[in-house]
Design a protein around this ligand. Structure first.
Ligand code: ADP
Ligand code: MG
Ligand code: ZN
Length: 228
């Protein structure tokens, strides 16, 4: 039977920004390399953070990748002896990436895609819902909410001080710490926010337990909950 010799399947790694999607993708790909399996890694050209030809996490863990304009280009570049195809920032491709992943899986390849499940407003991102539906295996990661310390599922868009929060509403704004931070459902502000002056930059530098803003955060959380 065909499936005995062709173990093709699709794995999706999703979650908010800073949840460790790229780290997890790189971890799986490096393990495959130890097993001497040929891997190929792709990402959309739109993601030019850190390095043009690497997939790189916020923690600087990286692996060589090929930037492609369109999802269909991946089919042109995948070689027959490749066992594993990795795609990072997959949310930036259009729906045709679903067909591409399916084709590769039917060719017997292990396809590992990583991407944001939601945009900064908390809406499903591009092809992600379809990829999640057709995948054999789904991993949903969370970051740490920089406001309250709970698991963060959302990517908070941060606008520059002095910018009105409604000024730049484009969904695609590739950036890292200065433009986004990880937040939980209750601390997330879907319309974006400007970073308040005393706010600690995103990261794990402020302890939610000893944070003097804790009282403020708690009352804000209560306010949010009462609005719902
Ligand atoms: P993703 O690809 O999901 O955006 P990365 O794999 O690039 O995430 O980066 C994950 C790393 O980001 C973590 O290991 C940690 O070092 C760092 N990081 C920065 N801010 C946070 C946060 N709020 N919560 C968790 N990790 C964070
Ligand atoms: Mg990433
Ligand atoms: Zn929170």
């Amino acid at each position: 039977m065909l499936h005995r010799t062709l173990p093709g399947f699709i794995e999706v790694i999703c979650g908010s920004m800073f949840s460790g999607k790229t780290e997890e993708l790189v971890r799986r790909l490096k393990r495959a390399q130890f097993a001497r399996q040929k891997i190929q890694v792709f990402k959309p050209v739109i993601d030019n953070r850190y390095s043009a030809d690497h997939v790189q996490s916020h923690d600087a863990n990286r692996i060589l990748s090929r930037p492609v304009e369109k999802a269909k280009d991946i089919l042109k570049f995948v070689e027959d002896n490749t066992r594993i195809v990795g795609i990072d920032e997959v949310q930036f491709f259009d729906d045709s990436v679903v067909e591409v992943a399916q084709k590769l899986a039917y060719r017997g390849m292990r396809v590992i895609v990583a991407g944001l499940d939601m945009d900064f407003r908390g809406q499903p991102f591009g092809p992600m819902p379809k990829l999640l539906a057709v995948a054999e295996q789904v991993t949903k990661l969370s970051a740490v909410c920089v406001i309250c310390g709970n698991p963060a599922s959302r990517s908070q868009r941060i606008f520059a001080p002095g910018t009105s929060a409604g000024a730049d509403t484009s969904r695609i704004a590739v950036g890292a710490k200065e433009m986004y931070e990880a937040r939980c459902r209750f601390c997330h502000e879907p319309d974006g926010t400007t970073r308040s002056e005393d706010s600690t930059p995103s990261g794990l530098t402020s302890s939610p337990v000893n944070d003097p803003r804790e009282g403020e955060t708690q009352s804000r959380l209560r306010l949010r909950l009462s609005k719902r």
